[in-house]
Each structure stands twice: as structure tokens, then as C-alpha cells.
Design a protein around this ligand. Structure first.
Ligand code: HEM
Ligand code: HEM
Length: 231
């Protein structure tokens, strides 16, 4: 939502608690997964096992976020931030000017698609990981026995390529946040911590209760447990 109101800015709820916890847990787990994956050969079997464990946690978080995109608060919902090409182009040209483009309550139309891209690439990363096998370390991901060696090799390539894409998206993500901070004077990180943005005349976003988030996460964690242990 673009903000034109002249009322005084006040702290306004934008990100619900589950979205914020999702974000910072995802950051920690992706960093851990990236390091343990990248150095698996040197670190050995234990770390590859931990790599898979943290990958399962990432999967549970991603499934949580997909559901939360329909039942979270207004700004967590996909419908509010996945906008058509016209909105994206309009935002892009406004961004080069001053003012209006700077202050969006939730994700702006450009950021919205970068969020979708990160979630999509992470799903591919985790999805391909579930089928991998490392014969040297004798570690086999839970779904590896369901597919042929040829497919495992292919998915290994997918796992490596999606990791490169993921790193590129993370670099863009951090560069965009720095751009808003230093070129636009807009601190996006603080609201991702506190939940609130200084906005004038915008209704605080309701919904997105912590207990609903906890319930959804319990369900998605259960689904991942089932996938890993029973399929
Ligand atoms: C965000 C999640 C993940 C990230 C960032 C990630 C990243 C990586 C990276 C960078 C490698 C090294 C690739 C190479 O050069 O060979 C790797 C290897 C591996 N990953 Fe993941 N991964 C993730 C999730 C998973 C999951 C969920 C599983 C399985 C349950 C998994 C299983 C493996 C295995 C078995 C290898 C070793 C493959 C080999 O050495 O042959 N990963 N991962
Ligand atoms: C592994 C690295 C990271 C990944 C995979 C990642 C992923 C994401 C995702 C998926 C979202 C969308 C949140 C949602 O709607 O659920 C997001 C938003 C956000 N992230 Fe990250 N993030 C990473 C690192 C960081 C870091 C290090 C910071 C802080 C410096 C940060 C700051 C933010 C902020 C401020 C937003 C909200 C942007 C907005 O206002 O539109 N992220 N990130």
C-alpha cells in the first residue's frame, strides 16, 4: 500500500511474530546448511548428517511459509505482495525518482517477487537434497533409495546449481536492504525484528497470531518427520 497520508507517523504493526521467527530461523539454518554442505567432504559424516537435519528444518519452515502465505497477517499473504507486471514496472520507475515508491507497508512489488524466488529456489535446494547420496561418506538422504543412480547424479547437479542461484539471490537480497538503508533512508531490518514500521495513517495489520503459527509449524514439522522416517 502506498502511503500519502499527512498524519504523524507512528509504530504500526507490519510483520507478525511467526513471519519474523520464520525469517531469522531460516537465516540461521540456511547459513548452517550452506557451510556444512560446502565443507561436507572435509568435515565428515557427522556434519553431513547435521546438514540433512538442518535441511529438514528448512523444509518444515518453507512448508510453514507456504501455508502462512494464505493465513498469516495481511502483509504475510502472497496475494498482498505478488503483484502483476504492471505494478512491478510502475514501482521500478517510481523507485528511480523520490518519495512515493519508498514507503510500502509490506514487501514492495519488486521485493515480493524476490521473496518468491528465494522460497522457490530453497524448495528446489531442499527437494533435490532429499534424494542425494554420498558413497564416500556412506551417507544417504531418506529418499535416495527410491531413485536410480542416474537420477541421483542429476539431482546432485541440481543441488549444486540451486545453491549458486541461492547465493546470488541472497547477495541481491542484502544489497537491496543496504540500498534502501543508505540510498532511501529506509531501515527495513528493524521492522523485521520488532514487527513495527513508522507509518502515518496505516491500519496495523491484524491476525497472524503466534499460536496459529505454532500450530501450523507443528503440522509441517510432523509432515517432514513422516516424509523422512516413513516414506
Ligand atoms: C537450505 C538447504 C540446503 C543447502 C543450502 C544445501 C547446500 C549444500 C551444498 C552447498 C552442498 C555441497 C554440494 C557439492 O559441492 O557437492 C550440499 C551437499 C549435500 N547436501 Fe545439501 N543443502 C541443503 C539441504 C539439503 C537437504 C534437505 C539434504 C537431504 C536431506 C541435503 C543433502 C545433501 C547431501 C547428501 C550432500 C552431499 C552430496 C555429496 O557430497 O555427494 N541437503 N548441500
Ligand atoms: C540466508 C540468508 C537469508 C535468506 C534466505 C533470507 C530470506 C528472506 C525471506 C524469504 C524474506 C521474506 C520474509 C517473509 O515474508 O516471510 C526476507 C525478508 C527480509 N529479510 Fe531476509 N534473508 C536472509 C538474510 C537476511 C539478513 C542477513 C538480513 C538483515 C541484514 C535480512 C533482512 C530481511 C528484511 C529486512 C526483510 C524484509 C524485507 C521487506 O521489508 O520487504 N535477511 N528474507
Amino acid at each position: 500500500m502506498l502511503e500519502h497520508d499527512t498524519a504523524a507517523p507512528r509504530p504500526t504493526r507490519v510483520w507478525d511474530l511467526p513471519t519474523r521467527l520464520f525469517h531469522w530461523s531460516l537465516v540461521a539454518l540456511v547459513v548452517f546448511s550452506a557451510i556444512t554442505g560446502e565443507f561436507a567432504e572435509d568435515l565428515g559424516t557427522d556434519y553431513l548428517e547435521r546438514h540433512m537435519l538442518s535441511g529438514y528444518a528448512v523444509l518444515a519452515l518453507l512448508l510453514f511459509r507456504l501455508i502462512w502465505g494464505f493465513i498469516g497477517n495481511r502483509h504475510a499473504r502472497f496475494a498482498s505482495f505478488l503483484r502483476g507486471p504492471r505494478a512491478v514496472l510502475a514501482y521500478f520507475s517510481a523507485l528511480r525518482g523520490r518519495g512515493a515508491a519508498a514507503m510500502h507497508a509490506g514487501h514492495n512489488p519488486l521485493g515480493g517477487w524476490s521473496v518468491a524466488a528465494m522460497l522457490g529456489v530453497l524448495l528446489v535446494q531442499v527437494g533435490s537434497g532429499l534424494f542425494l547420496s554420498d558413497d564416500d561418506l556412506d551417507v544417504h538422504a531418506p529418499l535416495a533409495r527410491h531413485v536410480a543412480n542416474r537420477t541421483i547424479d542429476l539431482l546432485h547437479e541440481v543441488h549444486e546449481t540451486s545453491f549458486k542461484l541461492l547465493l546470488a539471490l541472497i547477495v541481491i537480497h542484502l544489497a537491496a536492504i543496504a540500498y534502501y538503508r543508505f540510498a532511501k533512508g529506509d531501515n527495513l531490518v528493524r521492522p523485521m525484528l520488532s514487527g513495527d514500521k513508522m507509518l502515518a495513517g496505516v491500519e496495523p495489520a491484524r491476525g497472524g497470531a503466534w499460536w496459529l503459527g505454532a500450530l501450523v509449524l507443528a503440522l509441517t514439522a510432523g509432515a517432514v518427520w513422516y516424509l523422512v522416517n516413513r516414506v
